[in-house]
Write a protein that binds this ligand. Structure first.
Ligand SMILES: NC(=O)C1=CN([C@@H]2O[C@H](COP(=O)(O)OP(=O)(O)OC[C@H]3O[C@@H](n4cnc5c(N)ncnc54)[C@H](OP(=O)(O)O)[C@@H]3O)[C@@H](O)[C@H]2O)C=CC1
Ligand SMILES: O=C(CO)COP(=O)(O)O
Length: 338
C-alpha cells in the first residue's frame, strides 16, 4: 500500500483517485474548492463531475495544499493544462520531500509550445522531483468508474519509474502498459483532442461515418508527422496513446472535445459552447499550439490548421471541410513522412 495524492477533483482526478483507493492505496484528492472536499469526505460523491458515482469510503479529500504536498511519495497532477503552472506554484512552497510526479493531463501550452512534463520540470523544484511519469490512453472517466475494461500507458525514460506507476494503478479493470517515449505519448494525447473537435464538427454537420474515418486516419497521419519531427517514436502513434485515444475520443459522446465540436458543427459559437460545457475542452487551446507547432517545425497539419481558422478566425465549419477536401492531390503514404 502506498500513499498517493491526486491534484484535481474533476472527472479524471476523481476517477483515478477511485482506482487508487480501490487498489488499497492511502489516497488523498486535493481540490481548490473546500465545499467539494466536504462533499467527497461526508457524502462520498462528486456530483458536479461524476453524478452517478459513489466513491470508496477510503478515498479522502482536502482543500489544504500543504496537506496535499506532504501526504504522499507520489503526486498525480490531474488539473487541466491551463491550471498546471498555478497549481505547481501553490505546491512548491509546501513540498518537503522527493516526490514521484505522475501527470494525466492532455495538452500543449500555446506560445511556449511546451509539453506538460516540460512545464512540470520547469515549475517544480528539482530537489523535490524524483521523476515525472505520464499516464495516458483511451480512458473516459465515466467508463473507468463503472469498471469497464480500460487500457492506458505509463511513460517515462526511466522505465523503473514507469513500472512503479504501472503497479500503482493496475487492476483487473485498469490495465497499464509502459513506454519510454514521453514525447510521443504526450504529443498523441494532446493532439487527439484537436482531431476530436474536428470529428465532432463533421458529425454536427451530419457528414457521416466516412468523414469520421477520414479524420481519424488523416488526423493520425498529421499527429505522427509532427510527433516524429519532435522526437517521438513513430510506433507510439499507432498505440494506445495515439490511435487508441484518437478512436475513443472521436467516437464517444463521453468526449468533451467531440461534444464541443458537435455543437460547433450545428452552428453554435465557441464561447456559447464553452459556457455550456462546464468541463474542460483541452482541444481548443491545443489547436492554437498545434497551429504554432506546424509553423515552427514546417510540418503540414491541414486538419489542425483548418480547425484553427474555425475556432479563431470565424471560418464556417462547412467552408473548412470544403477546403480540406479540395486541397492539392497527394500520394497517401509519401504524405505521411513530412
Ligand atoms: N475526463 C476524462 O475522461 C479524462 C481527462 N483527461 C485529462 O485530464 C485533465 C483534467 O481533466 P478533467 O478532470 O477531465 O477536467 P474537468 O473539467 O472534469 O475537471 C477539471 C478540474 O480541475 C479543477 N481546476 C480547474 N482550474 C483549476 C485551478 N486553476 N486550480 C485548481 N483546480 C483547478 C476544476 O475545478 P472546478 O470544478 O472548480 O472548475 C476541476 O476540479 C485534462 O487535461 C484532460 O484532458 C485524461 C483522460 C481522461
Ligand atoms: O482523454 C479522454 C479520453 O481518453 C477524454 O477526452 P475528452 O477530454 O475529449 O473528454
Amino acid at each position: 500500500m502506498e500513499k498517493v495524492c491526486v491534484l484535481g477533483a474533476g472527472s479524471w482526478g476523481t476517477a483515478l483517485a477511485m482506482v487508487l483507493a480501490e487498489n488499497g492505496h492511502d489516497t488523498l484528492v486535493w481540490t481548490h474548492r473546500a465545499n467539494q472536499a466536504e462533499e467527497i469526505n461526508h457524502l462520498h460523491t462528486n456530483k458536479k463531475y461524476l453524478p452517478e458515482t459513489v466513491l470508496p469510503a477510503n478515498l479522502h479529500a482536502t482543500s489544504d495544499i500543504a496537506m496535499a504536498a506532504t501526504h504522499a511519495e507520489t503526486i498525480v497532477v490531474a488539473v487541466p493544462t491551463k491550471a498546471i503552472r498555478e497549481v505547481c506554484e501553490k505546491l512548491t512552497a509546501k513540498l518537503a520531500r522527493k516526490v514521484l510526479f505522475v501527470h494525466v493531463s492532455k495538452g500543449i501550452e500555446p506560445d511556449s509550445l511546451k509539453r506538460i512534463s516540460e512545464i512540470l520540470a520547469e515549475s517544480l523544484p528539482a530537489e523535490n522531483v524524483e521523476e515525472i511519469v505520464v499516464l495516458s490512453g483511451p480512458s473516459h472517466a465515466e467508463e473507468v468508474v463503472l469498471h469497464h475494461p480500460t487500457t492506458v500507458t505509463a511513460a517515462c525514460a526511466n522505465i523503473d519509474a514507469a513500472e512503479k506507476v504501472q503497479d500503482l494503478f493496475m487492476n483487473q479493470f485498469f490495465r497499464v502498459y509502459t513506454n519510454d517515449d514521453v514525447i510521443g505519448v504526450e504529443i498523441g494525447g494532446a493532439l487527439k483532442n484537436v482531431i476530436a473537435l474536428a470529428a465532432g464538427i463533421t458529425d454536427g454537420l451530419n457528414y457521416g461515418d466516412n468523414a469520421k474515418a477520414a479524420l481519424i486516419t488523416r488526423g493520425l497521419a498529421e499527429i505522427t508527422r509532427l510527433g516524429v519531427k519532435m522526437g517521438g517514436n513513430p510506433f507510439t502513434f499507432s498505440g494506445l496513446t495515439g490511435m487508441g485515444d484518437l478512436i475513443v475520443t472521436c467516437t464517444s459522446v463521453h468526449s468533451r472535445n467531440w461534444r464541443a465540436g458537435n455543437m460547433l458543427g450545428q452552428g453554435m459559437k465557441l464561447q456559447e459552447v464553452l459556457d455550456q460545457m462546464g468541463m474542460v475542452v483541452e482541444g481548443v487551446r491545443t489547436t492554437k499550439a498545434a497551429y504554432q507547432l506546424a509553423e515552427k517545425y514546417g510540418v503540414a497539419m491541414p486538419i489542425s490548421t483548418e480547425l484553427y481558422s474555425v475556432l479563431f478566425n470565424d471560418v464556417e465549419p462547412k467552408v473548412a471541410v470544403d477546403a480540406l477536401m479540395m486541397r492539392m492531390k497527394k500520394r497517401e503514404i509519401d504524405d505521411m513522412k513530412h
